[in-house]
Write a protein that binds this ligand. Structure first.
Ligand SMILES: NC(=O)c1ccc[n+]([C@@H]2O[C@H](COP(=O)([O-])OP(=O)(O)OC[C@H]3O[C@@H](n4cnc5c(N)ncnc54)[C@H](O)[C@@H]3O)[C@@H](O)[C@H]2O)c1
Length: 115
């Protein structure tokens, strides 16, 4: 059993990962700026799933998350996705899609890579 943080846990890939990891018995912390009913339903279904709301581009949110969760691994799926969303908010997109990778990876002692 591993402790795993999934960022972007409310998204398409994040939700599937949370479900799969929870079903195999891992302790999962799902982190997302939006926490919807599907993610909360997984939390209700699996005692080993916890939901933490927060913004991946805010250092203190990530620092608190990693300090509290003490994960063995971070699966980084949080992203601004789609051309329209990225064009509408280019600076926010850079903060999330580029900046947040290093925010996530540095405390874990690994290089910046994501989904
Ligand atoms: N869906 C695919 O087929 C596919 C294939 C290959 C790669 N990817 C990559 O996987 C990643 C996730 O894709 P997806 O399809 O699950 O996207 P998605 O839009 O469904 O999920 C992204 C999640 O990130 C969250 N998020 C956005 N900004 C955030 C922030 N500031 N703080 C915290 N959470 C934030 C959103 O709320 C959302 O739940 C992306 O990098 C995407 O490019 C997806």
């Amino acid at each position: 059993m591993a402790r795993i943080v999934v960022t972007g846990a409310n998204g398409f890939i994040g939700l599937a990962l949370v479900q799969a990891l929870a079903a195999r018995g891992d302790e999962v912390v799902g982190f997302d700026i939006v926490t919807g009913p599907a993610l909360h339903a997984l939390c209700g279904r699996y005692a080993n799933v916890r939901v933490v709301p927060g913004d991946i581009s805010e250092w203190h949110h990530v620092a608190n998350l990693l300090r509290d969760a003490r994960p063995d691994a971070v699966l980084h799926c949080a992203a601004v996705v789609g051309v329209i969303a990225c064009v509408d908010a280019p600076f926010a997109t850079m903060r999330v899609n580029i900046g947040a990778r290093s925010i996530c990876s540095k405390p874990c002692g690994c290089s910046a890579s994501g989904a």
